[in-house]
Design a protein around this ligand. Sequence first.
Ligand code: ADE
Ligand code: ZN
Length: 327
Amino acid sequence: MAELHIHLEGTLEPELIMSLAQKNGISLPYTDLADLRSRYEFTDLQSFLDLFYANMIVLRTSQDFHDITMAYLARAHDSGVRHVELFFDPQAHVERGIGLTEVISGIREALREGEERWGISHKLIACFWRHAPALEALDLLKILVEQKHDIDGIGLDSSELGFPPELFQEVFEYAREHGLHVVAHAGEEGPAEYIWQALDLLKVQRVDHGIRCLDDEQLVQRLVAEQMPLTVCPLSNVRLRAVDTMAEHPLPLMLARGLNVSIHSDDPAYFGGYLDANVAALNEHFSFTTEQWAKLAANSFEAAFLDEQQRAGRLAEVASWQASQSA
Ligand code: ADE
Ligand code: ZN
């Protein structure tokens, strides 16, 4: 599969938080690892984001960004990920005085090593915070573009309710004009209206989450007609209570409706696991057929920002996996 909805900072495992804090001489507000782990109970998106942002203070050097990226790629490889489009939150690091070059060079170096070692191809996507002013995002995007930082696209994340995509039209227009790919979180906790705005005003190429589309039949029909990719994150949805239980997750319905859905791990260190854990959780509750698994995998490669030759290669891998299952 291609992992298209994965936040680098969401792969920061508790053990790595403690060891990076020690290495970088940062004092954390936790007595020990068990105390940190006891805080991983979330009631909604914001309750998770508060811990997620607090823990990022341990990331300081280019080497730290390299090491966390390598740790993710090793897990992704074990989960069967063949291509990754990695999100990071530049504002989270710039506001702490970390240079963009430090952050991006560390991540990029690890992505190149990961491709050499495991054959995992990659893109890098800078996500802007919707809880911060759009002007701050625009200023930072201009710096990223003018200083030719090595990113492939932009996204939009963080607290959703009360921060509609329409606020970020100018940011997305600038990104598109400068040849960057554009994606946005929409319809995770927020209403279907935010998905309409992401499509019509931000002109996104993929919608991250998008599960709330099911509240709006006209929107579902449009998403199906356009085969707009929705990057769904099952464990995340349950842990952040966007969905009550895995058994009630709308993924089977979304597949049955013909939506272009694929599955991803979002923030695996916080939500109980990587792509393989998401697959296992789905397998526990739903009996997807080989065809349905192949469809989910093919959708992920169709939705990826691969060139056509790479895409054809990955789709051939899916087809041969499917053939091996019925042999
Ligand atoms: N940042 C990291 N994970 C996120 C999520 N699930 N929704 C919004 N912003 C995020
Ligand atoms: Zn996300």
